[in-house]
Design a protein around this ligand. Sequence first.
Ligand SMILES: [Zn+2]
Length: 283
Amino acid sequence: MLLRRVGQQPRKVAVEPHPDGPEYFYGIDILQAAIDQTPDQRPTRRLRQEARELLPAEWAEQLEKAWSPEQPHIDIPPGLFWDETPQPTTQRLTEPVRSRTSGGCLLCTWSRGGKAYCRECLKEAEEGLFSDRGFDEPWKEAVLWSLRTLAEVEFGGPPAVNQLKKPPADGNNADLLMLCRILTCRRGWTEMGAERNAYAWTDWLADAGLLTDGFRASRGVTVMAKDGHICRSLLEREIDDFFHEHGIAHEPEPDYPYDSEHNVGGYRADWKLADGRVCCTIR
Ligand SMILES: [Zn+2]
């Protein structure tokens, strides 16, 4: 069948068991392929109307496209493994878009439990939805928009990748900031034939225009140190570069321990050193 598809007419077919075992089909795990082929019975995941209105229409579209069920990579003719014709996508259950008052996830129509966000949305916000394979894909502009929004609304400068692992604080912008976390790209590998190298985190920030000395955030200038750490002032960068050049392991901006007398506001130190000491610039 596969040969016929590529215009070949097989005359003789010799069959013998595959050395790796009967469950494997020339290196393809047929069981997994069959599972992938089985339609997901869950309704298509969509944005809730209120969440959709927070995003430019194009980015909402890109997000739902990424959420729509993936096509299986291996094209297995229907009925090859069992008598089952794949269910056409139009026959999927459709779920009406619920309003916010009815409970469930505030972002999407996949509702799990009484939490504000479903498990899928939380996971995607923690990890970012997209993977860069070295091509400028249609969702790229959505990622850049999200990074700028995070910088302007939440962080006052380009976010560090670790800062995005935590969900945003409750408040008016929480849904928007969750969607921005989802619409980021934090994974990447360069595929064969790629147009460019897969972006590192700082490439995304640079492309979003967030790493130039001219980016003025509410907390001041943002600059990048030699080791890629993001600094909030030129003095910070100088100190960070000092650590880097002297081989001192340092992690920028750990949360400063809360102290009811001395640190009520939960100020952040600028660096944490390998021995646990924290170090900060005087502001
Ligand atoms: Zn959700």
